[in-house]
Design a protein around this ligand. Structure first.
Ligand code: NAD
Length: 395
């Protein structure tokens, strides 16, 4: 699932998170509460299983829009701090992403710490699932980096709050196809803003990453008549996709210099930065990767280079529909189609406001999300909790 939002890592201690908590974090670095306050998190749950040694962190960012949903990442982290920062940053990004959907869900994320010599992954996933179940729906999850739809089936043996489960186990499967369709629609909306038409035929699109999302996007672009040049760090994968679709290939680093209409990041985060942005020879950046901007300032940098940026968590916002919409909320395929088309409407709103205010699109997207979250929080404050009367007044 998502990666937006920035949680700064000032004075991070190389010691464990637990120690930072014990110290009130004044000595060894930034404490957990400092971080939560800085980025507005409601709750962080540290999970440890004595038998398997499973360690996980579940971050609940904001439930004003609804109970928290976000993927579970399985990754080897250099430190517990790094794992915590990742969970907090990703959970916050999910809140912003849900603010651009009509699903009543808030932002959360979980990370399971991958350790050398640790217990079998299947076991860790099941134990993790038990912790998820204890939260009784306040947090629910799906796949992310290092976890698959098959892994979700493992978690589902222990909890009702997991989706995007492998189709062989009765789930809705991967979110990749719907995500790629949303990105395609988003590229059209960006072209419409810059060129006055969403027509893709003859447009040159540089696709960075030819994996699940990028490979599918390249297929859709080629079918729409675009001229695609692709790149992937994995040469075998690049060759396979190029062979199948008949697209051109570039060396991964050289793709930043490609003369194109659209540069489309679909690989990893942080690819838009002070080194790469001046190299871009495009008028639009629009792709499905999460956390594309290395820093918030890079959104402004793109604008100053005359490049229209389609904010990542908006253009890839069809993804949570595939997981939560189809999986948890039981949306029909018509409703999922509407979500894909909705990507264009969301981007048009951002582009219009960015143009009117002369501000970077990334900033405008964050502002719109924050306005929606604040409005939902206000509504919730007006009708708090269950509204149950105090016991003394009940017959
Ligand atoms: P994936 O692992 O299937 O594909 C990523 C590909 O990028 C791999 O083939 C990898 O070799 C390649 N790659 C990595 N670094 C590269 C580089 N510097 N240059 C060129 N290629 C590089 O992952 P995915 O599921 O396609 O996800 C891609 C991005 O989209 C991620 O940022 C992910 O968070 C985001 N995303 C995915 C989904 C989804 O439904 N899968 C939904 C929303 C967002």
């Amino acid at each position: 699932m998502s990666d937006n939002g920035y949680v700064s890592v000032r004075g991070v201690s190389s010691r464990g998170v637990g120690r930072a908590v014990g110290n009130g974090a004044k000595e060894g670095g930034v404490g957990v509460f400092d971080r939560m306050i800085e980025s507005g998190h409601e709750q962080v749950i540290f999970c440890h299983d004595r038998v398997t040694g499973m360690k996980a962190i579940i971050a609940v960012h904001d439930t004003a829009l609804g109970p928290a949903r976000g993927g579970t990442r399985y990754k080897a982290y250099a430190s517990e701090e790094e794992a915590l920062v990742d969970a907090l940053r990703l959970a916050r990004g999910m809140t912003y992403k849900f603010a651009f959907t009509d699903m009543p869900r808030g932002g959360g994320k979980a990370v399971i710490l991958k350790e050398d010599g640790g217990a079998d992954k299947h076991l860790l996933l099941r134990v993790f699932g038990r912790f998820v179940q204890l939260l009784a729906g306040r947090f629910g999850t799906g796949p992310d980096l290092g976890t698959s739809a098959a892994d979700m089936a493992e978690i589902a043996r222990e909890t009702d709050y997991v989706w995007a489960i492998d189709e062989r186990f009765g789930g809705t499967g991967a979110s990749t196809p719907l995500t790629a369709r949303g990105v395609l629609v988003g590229i059209g909306a960006a072209l419409n803003e810059v060129e006055g038409t969403p027509d893709l035929s003859g447009r040159r699109v540089a696709v960075q990453g030819l994996g699940g999302v990028g490979g599918e996007l390249a297929r859709l672009l080629a079918a729409a008549g675009a001229k695609v040049v692709g790149a992937d760090l994995d040469p075998a994968r690049a060759k396979d996709v190029a062979g199948e679709l008949g697209i051109d290939l570039s060396e991964p680093d050289a793709l930043y210099d490609a003369d194109c209409d659209v540069f489309s990041p679909n690989a990893v985060g942080g690819v838009l930065n002070g080194h790469t942005i001046p190299r871009l020879r495009c008028r639009i950046v629009a792709g499905g990767a999460n956390a594309q901007l290395a820093t918030p300032q890079d959104g402004r940098r793109l604008m100053e280079h005359g490049i229209l940026y389609a904010p990542d968590y908006v253009i890839n916002s069809a993804a949570p529909y595939a997981v939560i919409g189809a999986g948890e909320l039981g949306y029909s395929s018509e409703r999922l189609d509407a979500a894909v088309e909705g990507v264009a409407a969301a981007l048009e709103l951002i582009f219009r406001r960015a143009r009117a205010e002369g501000r970077p699109t990334a900033e405008v997207a964050d502002r719109i999300a924050e306005e929606r979250i604040a409005a939902a929080a206000q509504l919730r404050a007006l009708a708090p909790g269950t509204g149950a009367a105090p016991r003394a007044h009940q017959p």
